[in-house]
Design a protein around this ligand. Structure first.
Ligand code: FES
Length: 163
């Protein structure tokens, strides 16, 4: 049973993580375990990706993510130091001294989904690359900055356009 459990697909994982996971398993195991997803403790986001929804204040339409800062989840970035990882949009949102900034959550090293933000640094769990709140690399192995997205704010409504 232990082996079976370790082969189960993570409950919530990015396409890249799924493909990496699936590639490590036999086809029979993949077919058997196409239910649920658990990243086996590799993920630090306790909310499993902050799903969009009216209550959460996160709306995703095409390449535009709209945040209502009164929403139950989006409100986290209403104040300086606030951070959101939106898995469904592969996006990191952070409030830097009152200015909301948004970046791609896809690590520029080998494409892992970045979920951690501590001490003003985004950290990739795969190989430890770190990026500052300008998206610039402060620790490798990544060598390229995180792409930044356009943010327009009108009161409590924040519109983020992915490029
Ligand atoms: S994929 Fe992020 S550090 Fe390697």
């Amino acid at each position: 049973m232990g082996q079976m459990m370790s082969a189960m697909k993570p409950e919530k994982c990015s396409r890249r993580e799924f493909l990496r996971w699936a590639g490590s398993l036999s086809l029979g195991t993949v077919v058997f375990s196409l239910v649920g997803c658990d990243t086996g403790g590799m993920e630090s986001d306790p909310d499993r990706g902050n799903p969009p929804g009216e209550e959460t204040g996160i709306t995703i339409e095409g390449n535009v993510v709209t945040l209502d800062l009164t929403g139950s989840v989006a409100r986290r970035v209403a104040e300086p130091g606030g951070f959101l990882h939106i898995d469904a949009a592969d996006m990191l949102v952070v409030n830097v001294n009152g200015t909301i900034r948004a970046f791609s959550a896809i690590c520029t090293h080998q494409g892992c989904e970045i979920r951690d933000f501590q001490n003003n640094l985004f950290t990739c769990w795969c190989h430890g690359s770190q990026f500052d709140t300008d998206g610039q690399v402060v620790r490798g192995p990544a060598s390229s900055p995180l792409p930044e997205y356009t943010v327009e704010r009108n009161g409590n409504i924040v519109r983020i356009t992915k490029r």
